[in-house]
Write a protein that binds this ligand. Structure first.
Ligand SMILES: *[C@@H]1O[C@H](CO)[C@@H](O)[C@H](O)[C@H]1NC(C)=O
Ligand SMILES: *[C@@H]1O[C@H](CO)[C@@H](O)[C@H](O)[C@H]1NC(C)=O
Ligand SMILES: *[C@@H]1O[C@H](CO)[C@@H](O)[C@H](O)[C@H]1NC(C)=O
Ligand SMILES: *[C@@H]1O[C@H](CO)[C@@H](O)[C@H](O)[C@H]1NC(C)=O
Ligand SMILES: *[C@@H]1O[C@H](CO)[C@@H](O)[C@H](O)[C@H]1NC(C)=O
Ligand SMILES: *[C@@H]1O[C@H](CO)[C@@H](O)[C@H](O)[C@H]1NC(C)=O
Ligand SMILES: *[C@@H]1O[C@H](CO)[C@@H](O)[C@H](O)[C@H]1NC(C)=O
Ligand SMILES: [Zn+2]
Length: 597
């Protein structure tokens, strides 16, 4: 899963060293007029039963010289289905400037999903804002969504700036900013640790001034008395290049943190080479326990891995997820303004991450061919057995947070698109070109600060194929949805053959909304769920499989712990339809031929 792509415009590699160096005392005043924002985060952690830990945030702006009724800062109302800090009358933002209190009014722009704080009079001199970000209150019914909200974890706090730090508008005309972010630990115990996507020092200045706001927005912040780092950064400079951060005791994390960190570190180094990344910016993984979620979310040079101790997770699933989230660090497509959010680029961002999460570990020798074929087949069946297969990308984008099947679709539809395109490019170039070529070109455009949206992609693919019409058709075919075809020889460069088959459609057997309401409704008569004894009105005490796990793995059962008439019971059933639908799978080319002869 990926945060909105426009929040993920990365800091350019050339200037990244200065980020790691923290505040640049010796920096020359190149542009004395560059506006500045100093952000100070003051965690107040001595929570009690009635008072949660909170994050006090102050923002100091160099004189913005705004007239009355101008937008000072803005913040999303929600990101996906996750509400951002409201900072309304109950818990307002306080503003002062050289003339004293500066009253702010809130303008809610539902159509742009934004809350704007407007000045009540012209500003005089520098402006300071003070606010308190409150951790989100969650329970078992809190739906799974983007992992951006501020959460209290083990007496500490973890959250993304995108949900809690209001900032000046980033809509054109873009402005460069000098942004520094500092922790103030005066209200924390001396044993408090802290880290963010931006760095591990008390103060960090964002080096890429032109993208400073976006970099801050797509950062994660973590602080707390039990926040730990693996490997400890003190071990060697090499160790400081990668960090996995978790709260609490390592033995309480339901998987091997060290094994995981070593895997992702090695993969990450290989991926840097693959994507021509000479950047030396550290990469960080933040773990977040939850009441029911298991999944990941990509951020700036970092990602959040959410886990739930009771969901059964296998090591390969974890590695798979990590490879996926790590890929989000590089190939990326920007959205086109005016589109339904995600309609035009989620297929690319999730599809390419799904493609590389399979192919790169195999190419780097971290997956055997047998495992690779198994995982590829899981992803192929996930597309063909998805009940929303006939939705267009636009319909999928509109339904993504209400319909779990629609939310998964772009991952596998995108994968199919890239498999088809790889074949096409190999054919049209006599084996010289593959998707890597346009993928790297789009990435280069992003690195140079040029546009990297859908129309750029289609031009790049058109140039690689030598026919722009074909590039457009490939995209339109995919965006329209339905059963996408794949020639039987499409994967012959991996010595694999594509075969036509039929597989059981994904069928939970009750309304997926029940997973949030925690009460079963809409049980499908005759389904395997009903056969397993599930009835409308049963309370869901605990789910032991994630929707995406059963969707991606046709062999996997849905396992739940239900309650009826005060009696608790376990159910485990195969969430698949009784009839089969057409599907594609791959088989080892060499082996298949041997069997025939
Ligand atoms: C303030 O600006 C908003 C739009 O940003 C506009 O709707 C409103 O009419 C303005 N109010 C005044 C008093 O100018
Ligand atoms: C302020 O926001 C909080 C949290 O979103 C909400 O519960 C509360 O109702 C809001 N208060 C007002 C007055 O809008
Ligand atoms: C940290 O915050 C405290 C009050 O919360 C303030 O007195 C102190 O000056 C701050 N320190 C820095 C370095 O900003
Ligand atoms: C951190 O320090 C506080 C007060 O000194 C103490 O109560 C708490 O147990 C310490 N926490 C850890 C994890 O050491
Ligand atoms: C998708 O469309 C095809 C062809 O129109 C149809 O056979 C199939 O049943 C549809 N699938 C779903 C899940 O609606
Ligand atoms: C490009 O492909 C289209 C559709 O396949 C074809 O009709 C057209 O002739 C091709 N153009 C060139 C210049 O090869
Ligand atoms: C999966 O569910 C089926 C019933 O649909 C059951 O027979 C089987 O034992 C379950 N498998 C596991 C591993 O729980
Ligand atoms: Zn993703």
């Amino acid at each position: 899963m990926l945060l909105k792509a426009s929040l993920l415009l990365f800091i350019s590699p050339a200037v990244s060293d200065s980020i790691r160096a923290g505040i640049q005392q010796t920096q020359q005043p190149l542009m004395p007029s560059l506006p500045s924002i100093q952000v100070v985060l003051t965690p107040v952690l001595d929570a009690t039963a009635s008072l949660p830990a909170v994050l006090k945030i102050s923002l100091s702006f160099s004189p913005p010289n705004l007239p009355a009724n101008a937008s000072l800062v803005e913040l999303y109302i929600a990101i996906g289905n996750v509400p951002c800090q409201a900072y309304n009358e109950t818990n307002p933002i306080l503003a002062v400037d050289d003339d004293g209190i500066l009253d702010l009014t809130i303008a809610v722009g539902e159509e742009h999903n934004l809350r704007r704080w407007l000045t009540s009079r012209p500003t005089v001199g520098a402006v300071k804002l003070f606010m308190t970000a409150l951790p989100r209150e969650i329970d078992i019914t809190t739906p799974i969504g983007p992992r951006v909200d501020l959460r209290e974890i083990d007496g500490g706090l973890l959250g993304s700036a995108s949900s809690m730090v209001p900032l000046p508008a980033t809509t054109p005309p873009h402005h460069s900013y000098k942004i520094t972010v500092c922790w103030n630990l005066s209200k924390s115990h001396s044993n408090t640790s802290y880290a963010s996507s931006l760095g591990e020092d008390l103060c960090t200045e964002i080096a890429d001034k032109a993208q400073a706001i976006q970099a801050l927005q797509s950062s994660i912040f973590a602080v707390g008395p039990t926040l730990h780092r693996y490997p400890p950064s003190s071990q060697s400079p090499e160790m400081s290049q990668f960090g996995l951060f978790y709260f609490g005791d390592r033995v309480d994390v339901p998987f091997d943190v060290i094994k995981l960190a070593d895997y992702i570190q090695a993969l990450f180094i290989n991926m840097c080479g693959y994507f021509h990344d000479s950047d030396t910016r550290p990469y960080r993984v933040f773990l977040r326990p939850s009441l029911r979620g298991f999944g990941g979310q990509g951020f700036l040079s970092s990602f959040m891995l959410e886990y739930f101790p009771n969901v059964e997770v296998e090591q390969w699933e974890l590695e798979w997820l990590l490879a996926h989230e790590a890929t989000h660090n590089w190939p990326l497509m920007d959205s086109t303004p005016g589109q339904v959010t995600g309609a035009d680029n989620t297929w690319y961002n999730e599809g390419i991450a799904t493609y590389y999460q399979l192919f790169l570990p195999y190419q780097f020798g971290k997956t055997t061919k047998v495992e690779f074929v198994k995982q590829l087949n899981m992803n192929l069946q996930a597309y063909f057995t998805n009940p929303t297969i006939n939705m267009s990308n636009e319909e999928v984008a509109e339904q993504t947070w209400q319909n779990s099947a629609a939310q998964r679709l772009p991952y596998h539809r995108g994968l199919l698109y890239f498999l088809r395109l790889e074949y096409l490019l190999q054919q049209s170039s006599g084996g010289k070109l593959g998707i890597r070529s346009p993928v790297l070109q789009l990435l280069e455009r992003k690195r140079r600060g040029e546009a990297f949206d859908l129309s750029c992609w289609i031009s790049l693919v058109g140039a690689a194929i030598g026919n722009i019409t074909v590039a457009k058709e490939q995209y339109q075919d995919m965006a329209a949805g339905g059963c996408l075809s794949l020639p039987s020889t499409a994967l012959f460069h991996f010595d694999l053959r594509v075969i036509h088959t039929a597989q059981e459609r994904l069928e939970l057997g009750f309304d997926t909304a029940s997973l949030n309401s925690r009460v079963i409704s809409g049980t499908v008569p005759g389904s395997r769920a009903e056969g397993a004894g599930i009835r409308d009105g049963d309370a869901i005490v605990q789910t032991r499989s994630m929707y995406w796990q059963v969707a991606d793995n046709i062999a996997r059962n849905m396992s739940m712990w239900l309650m009826r008439d005060d009696v608790e019971f376990d159910v485990s059933y195969w969430p698949r339809s009784r009839e089969k639908v057409p599907s594609l799978q791959v088989v080892d080319g060499g082996l298949a031929d041997n069997h025939i002869s």
